[in-house]
Design a protein. Sequence first.
Lengths: 349, 388
Amino acid sequence: MQVMTDLFARIFGDGLSSLGLLVAGGLTMALIMALVMASCAIVFTWAERKVAGFIQSRYGPMRVGRWHGVLQPVADMVKILGKEDIVPRDADKPLFMLAPFVIFVGSLMAWAAIPFAPGFIAADLDLGLFYIFAVSSAATIGILMAGWASNNKWSLYGAARGAAQAVSYEIPLALACIPVVMITGSLNMNDIVIAQQGGIWRWHFLHDPFLFVAFLLYFVASIAEVNRGPFDLPETESELVAGYHTEYTGMRFAFFFLAEYANLFLVSCVATAVFLGGWQPLFGPVFLPGLVFVIKAVLLVLLQMWLRWTLPRLRVDQLMHVCWKVMVPLALVCVLGAGIWMLATGQAG
Amino acid sequence: MSETAAGRGWGGQDVRRELHSELLEINMGPQHPATHGVLRLLVRTDGEIVHGVTAHIGYLHRCAEKIAEGCDWRQWMVYTDRFDYLAPINMNFGYAVAVERMLGVQVPERAEHIRIICAELQRIASHLIAIGTFGLDMGAWTPLLYCFREREEILNILERLTGGRMLYNYFDIGGLRFDAYDGFERDVLAFVNIMEQKIPEYDTLLSYNKIFIERTADVGVIDLATCLAYGCTGPVLRGAGVPFDCRKDDPYSIYDRFEFDIPYGEGEQGTVGDCWDRYMVRMREMYESCRIIRQAVDALPGGPVKAEDLKKLVKVPQGSLYTRTESSKGEIGYHVFADGGSKPFRTKVRSPSFSNLHVIEKVGPGMMLSDLVATVGSLDIVLGEIDR
């Protein structure tokens, strides 16, 4: 936000008070973040279909937009805008209508603390990492609301699974980040990225073996956190029809989709910032920081797509087993191991 | 309550726990992605645990057996196509064999060989769908598309051969409707060569995937006693560890001339008769089918493809006969009653999927909901054949 307020200060000079600067800068950043979210959903729906097509020896969209169906997401959006907004008769109407937006807003809020480039962060919070985990849990409430309000048994199943899964996987997700916080000594996202300055060997995931494991744990937990294959149990199209959003149509359905892809990019951005050096390049001085950051995050997203189109899905009890009996203990070991490593190498303050 | 949900691998949950909730009745189907057609399963669940399953069938009933009484003997062949629409040639085969046995007609050598090539191609096509959709039930999308890629080749060959891509109506009483096109052998051999290379690809992608094994091993165990009680045949019976196959144990056509093995479940990844075993039986049967096709193509003689002493309007001597053949789903039986006229007096079809499906009521209780989907998928049912 500093960048924006500086920009406004330069444009308007003394014409704006400090409060005015704050409001104007904040609003601009919020707008930019919403646009980033919408555009990443648009880009990733297309990318997902192309990746799936590539893996499955077919083309994916090819017609709209002349070159490899690049305008297909736009066509889909236009189509989905024209769809009837159906609310089932026996649905809990207010909850049903509100749920997609709760999920969306939870995702949008988390974007505020993502450092895309030096100074380019909507809210440079001292508790940035903590804040991200806190607000992204709001999506769970949205899933529960959607499943319950639809008054459909399959939706309810999806919602119950989704809530259980999201609540469980937040724990290894957060625990995996704790070693990084220990090393950096800060929850501020900017500080975490700056601590990784100086080439790939300074990035946190190569800091020590425990952090490497922590990175893998974070990656797996993040796939489960955003409900994607092989952990897409809330949707499980072969069992629960479409899970918690079975009854949704038109724009409301689109909001679930938007939130899903935005979340996908969000967890990848967090992984980039926390483990993969954020905007720091592989070597040498900082160069096009925003682009470097986005490239890293997009590579992680592509990796998640690759996994989704390769692996079968876990069963719900196996999912819980993996979380509580494998990932949480491993994450705790990582925290302990990273601490011992710091003591042994004399990094502990 | 059975202990099927208490697997040995990841997870596994004691279904006899103290905490119970109110039973929830759910209709899985007739419109549901996991029921492979218009099947309706009435499921009673306690949370994720299934307490009871009832299969409601009949949504595809088309009175095919009754219609037979109004058609002449040759005409009914068209209706047999529509039983198992994923393996119509295997359906034709059974009916043709049944009527020919009653007539005592000798089918020409060339026709027999082409019949077997077609039937085995069809078996591979049907198993490809079974494997692909089973993977889909497990949440693996990509194997389905790979299976369709290979199935497409089979459909192309059969299209060039018969003109149809789904329902062929190619077999006739006493032989085939017309001879194979030039280059048929070449196309078939080219396909078999590709197919044999692709099967290891499926194995790496799906069969030996850790998650897939966790989802299917020890799940939906159907033992031999259950198979016998419910009359299960085909891959379900062979998955339970019994190498029984009509092609070998009650040979029809010229299957006794070919060398092939009967794969059966050995409980490699879990218990004998679990979903993985049934899946793997199909996978290995595709290899065996390729072997049979190679031998049949090598031995393909020239000559006519129709029995010459048959009139256009067949009259079957009085009597009744039950004939069973091995379709891709199991043992398809035709019980045909003739009164000496040009029309069947009565036909009765024994559907393998019908017997296989109802096992779900026995093995279903105690499973988790996801395992129920897996088990139904591993039975490989086709509703067109159940309801007829």
